[in-house]
Design a protein around this ligand. Structure first.
Ligand code: PLP
Length: 332
């Protein structure tokens, strides 16, 4: 059965580059070749993995008559920043429901949210966790009463619509693999709300990509993501009944969260600085830094034995570096 994509908008600068990390390969490869898919280059401020999901989500919003997007996340959410900028680009109102007390200083993604003109509501963590479902409903009702129509986008844009972003990205990876003569690979991505990994896992199966997809979780645990990816894939099938039947077997590399979500150890900051100096590639301490560190640790432990090529999906997140600058200057 052929794969028919739903309508999407052009927001991401794609195809993104696919590059061999020669010096990183020499330093850490142990016989493997390390590649990077530069999804940090899907745009400048509208950058990272979320843009691929938003191409489908924003198209759905417009096609169903929505004039407002409501979404949620942490104060430094890359997804919220990308939604704010995409909304501004498309002339849609964006309302962000953020987890945490309003910071005194606007910086990183939070600053960009405001520059993009998004309405921002901050909720104390406890309230946010207990009430986020109700908050979405309240705000949707608020906009409805004002004659508007708001689409509620879940955390990270990870749902049955958002997964199309990385299903489509697997077509790019097919061409990348062909150009680089890669016949078999492991693909590694950071996983936070599961949608990128769900899309890659589905996409690899749908497009016969000769690759095993791994998510390095930056929060929660393996079981959480196995369930989350199954749920995103299930939603996708329900929403688009004509899609081909494929088995999803998500794989999670657990054990690399460190002290907690968005809290990194000195080793992660050191690795980010090392890679930036070695390859000119900047990771972040919340997502990609931990995922890259997890990939290197698993590689050293022999997880990828027998397969030469390892592909790291650089999912962006550079604006998360600045609020954590003290981690790079331990004396501060
Ligand atoms: C930079 C970055 N990388 C990776 C992820 C993880 O992607 P996903 O939420 O689709 O699991 C996120 C968002 O959570 C992110 O902002």
């Amino acid at each position: 059965m052929a794969l028919v994509y739903p309508h999407k908008l052009d927001l991401a600068l794609t195809p993104t580059p696919f590059q061999l990390l020669g010096r990183a390969t020499a330093k850490w490869g142990r016989g493997h070749r390390l590649w990077v898919k530069r999804d940090d280059l899907t745009g400048c401020t509208l950058s990272g993995n979320k843009v691929r999901k938003l191409e489908f989500i924003a198209a759905h919003a417009i096609d169903t008559g929505c004039d407002t997007l409501i979404t949620c996340g942490g104060l430094q959410s890359n997804h919220c920043r990308a939604t704010a900028l995409a909304g501004a680009q498309l002339g849609l109102k964006v309302h962000l429901l953020l987890r945490g007390a309003e910071p005194a200083e606007w910086e990183g993604n939070f600053l960009l949210d405001h520059l993009a003109g998004a309405e921002v509501s901050c909720y104390p963590k406890k309230q946010y966790v207990a009430e986020i479902g109700q908050l979405f409903e309240q705000w949707q009702a608020h906009y409805a009463a004002a004659g508007r129509k708001a689409l509620a986008i879940p955390t990270g844009g990870s749902d049955g619509i958002g997964v199309w972003g990385y299903i489509a990205a697997c077509e790019e990876l097919q061409s990348d693999f062909a150009a680089a003569a890669i016949e078999s690979a492991h693909i590694v991505t950071a996983t936070g709300s599961g949608g990128t990994q769900a899309g890659l896992t589905l996409g690899a199966a749908l497009h016969d990509l000769p690759a095993t997809v791994w998510g390095v979780n930056v929060c929660d645990d393996e079981q959480y993501f196995l369930d989350k990816i199954a749920s995103d894939a299930g939603q996708w099938r329900e929403r688009y009944p004509g899609v081909p039947g494929v088995d999803v077997a998500p794989r999670v590399l657990d054990g690399h969260v460190g002290p907690g979500y968005a809290v990194a150890t000195p080793e992660i900051f050191e690795l980010i600085a090392d890679l930036a100096a070695l390859e000119g590639l900047v990771l972040d301490p919340v997502y990609t830094g931990k995922a890259f560190a997890g990939m290197l640790k698993e590689l050293a432990d022999g997880r990828f034995e027998g397969v030469r090529d390892i592909v790291f999906i650089h999912t962006g997140g550079v604006f998360g570096v600045f609020p954590q600058r003290a981690g790079f200057q331990p004396g501060l």
